[in-house]
Design a binder for this molecule. Sequence first.
Ligand code: ZN
Length: 290
Amino acid sequence: MNDHVLIATAYHSEVRIYVAYTKSLVEEARNIHHTWPTASAALGRLLTAGAMMSFMYKDNTQISLKVSGDGPIGAMSVESNTLGEIRADIKDPSVYLIHNDTHKLAVGQAVGNGYLTVLRKQPYKMPYTSTIDLRTGEIGDDLTYYFAVSEQTPSSVGLGVLVDPDQSIKQAGGFIIQLLPGASEETIVKIENVLSKISSVTDMFEEGLTTHAILDKLSSGDFKLLSSSSIYYHCGCTKTLFGESIAKLDDQVLDTLINEDEGAEIVCHYCKKGYNFTKQELIDIKMNKR
Ligand code: ZN
């Protein structure tokens, strides 16, 4: 099963449901950032949320999710767009914390207390930004709170990453159920009933359920599929873009790079690709500033 996001309406169009399968995406992030299991789970949940949210808004909206906490992970961010391109960054990937009693990955502790910031950018429009306090640092709870408070959209967010004993990603995915305006009390009760009966997303994948089967469960068998979109890890950085960033540096800093360092090597935070700028290239960038 390739990574994808399904979007459907259900319960007589009173509800919108997103279901994502993101195993390759999270595995790619693990390989790039060398995340340890708890960091893999935390970043994987945020990536999965970003994947679903990239198809939530209109007109080529770009989504940026930033989590800043006082736990050992420190901070992490995910950026996604309507093409299904997603990239991520994490401050400290070397985090392997488990709960002593359940031996489950302690994502909330690894993230800690802090903030979630959601930034939505649309071409030719003022960006929308909203910051909320983290509820538990488990990401799913925090996004549920974000949708309720910042978007006034009652939602249920389920996100899961199952890490194999060899530390590779065994399962990853999630769902978001959103009540549309005018949803009836009867529908709300039905959804609560469904949610009380299902196991975690990763358990459902482990049981062999496909995203369609999960959608069928969440919608009580009555859904209308609107779209199925591929998603993948894609950074999009280029030497030209980094050159433009260098051009924004102060002349003093540029002079140091040119005369003392005699060049610069820049590593992209999102994909770890390195770009070398020779002394001459830096001189050209400085000349072109004027
Ligand atoms: Zn990059």
